[in-house]
Design a protein around this ligand. Structure first.
Ligand code: SAH
Length: 303
């Protein structure tokens, strides 16, 4: 199966149907065949895999993946592209095309998409679920961070995203990129940048660099977190006020649930002094902290 996605193919196809790429929807198509293959190979798609693609585009990546996977669910917001890709993907009986916004809002997946995944997944006994996509950059963060909160957990996510976002995901403590997103993703996944991509490998050229990133979901990591939703909110709350001390951040986020002496008690037990800051703590430290506060709130009947 050879992808046809080149600049001349795309410009001709768009001209034929009287369309222009829509930058509002992050329509930048990957035109380097080696890189499309690198994306697919990095995802290590197996015959038993259910693949979710967000952003069908013209369906080139979809077709490559359909040749390898048990089934591909591909979601496209743009009705014209959805129509155009339908023709390309006609020959595949293992592709489900969904014309929808992948997200209901910033914090939630579209329930229609989730239901489609659930239904398909139940038909593949022993299968694995993977996200593989050249993601629309404006929704990349909510897609990858929220997929870890849904009921059908992905084994891995292999995606092209803005390089700046990839840098934030893999960032280490005490750097400007280290954020709630770094901690959330690294708490659950082994995160690796596969390749940095210049603007020239997309049509039209985006203004920024991109990266292929592979996020391997680790059940062992997940097993360390008692309440994943609580932990997600906890991590986000730590970075609402970036330069404040950890103590004051937690006091304000636990307001109405824990008083100051109770917060101090938890921090002291973890040997975190008054000068500790969230952005200096390694992921392990944040995990411990989240677990300690969850326990405290639970003991006091607050959650
Ligand atoms: N997979 C193709 C297209 C990538 S461009 C390729 O690699 O070439 C990103 C695609 O995502 C576009 O087709 C765009 O219309 C679509 N898209 C943008 N926002 C979306 C959303 N919220 N939900 C689903 N698709 C979306």
């Amino acid at each position: 199966m050879v992808s046809k996605q080149t600049v001349s193919y795309l410009t001709q196809r768009f001209r034929e149907v009287g369309l222009e790429p829509d930058s509002r929807h992050g329509q930048n198509f990957l035109i380097d065949l080696n890189l499309i293959n690198l994306l697919v190979d990095s995802a290590d798609i197996q015959p038993n895999d259910l693949v979710l693609e967000i952003g069908t585009g013209t369906g080139s990546l979809t077709a490559l993946m359909a040749a390898k996977a048990a089934h591909v669910i591909t979601v496209e917001i743009d009705t014209h592209l959805h129509q155009l890709a339908r023709e390309e993907l006609e020959e595949f009986d293992n592709v489900t095309m969904v014309q929808q916004d992948a997200l209901r809002n910033k914090n939630n997946f579209n329930p229609i998409v989730l239901e489609t995944i659930q239904n398909r997944f139940s038909e593949i006994p022993g299968g694995r679920f993977k996200l593989v996509a050249n993601l629309p950059y404006n929704v990349a963060t909510p897609i990858i961070s929220n997929l870890l909160l849904t009921e059908i957990l992905p084994t891995s996510m292999t995606v092209t995203i803005q390089k700046e976002l990839a840098d934030r995901i893999v960032a280490v403590p005490s750097t400007k990129d280290y954020s709630a997103l770094s901690i959330w993703m690294q708490s659950l996944c082994d995160c690796r940048i596969v390749r940095v991509l210049g603007p020239g490998v997309f049509w039209p050229r985006p203004k920024v660099h991109s990266a292929i990133i592979h996020l391997e979901h680790s059940l062992e990591k997940r097993g360390r977190i008692t309440d994943v939703r609580f932990y997600h909110e906890f991590v986000r709350s730590l970075f609402f006020h970036r330069r404040k001390f950890l103590r004051s951040v937690i006091i304000s986020s636990c307001k109405g649930k824990l008083d100051k002496p109770e917060v101090d008690e938890v921090l002291a037990a973890l040997k975190l002094g008054p000068n500790a800051r969230a952005e200096e703590l390694p992921v392990e430290g944040i995990l411990e902290l989240g677990e300690a506060f969850r326990q405290k709130l639970h003991d006091l009947g607050k959650i």
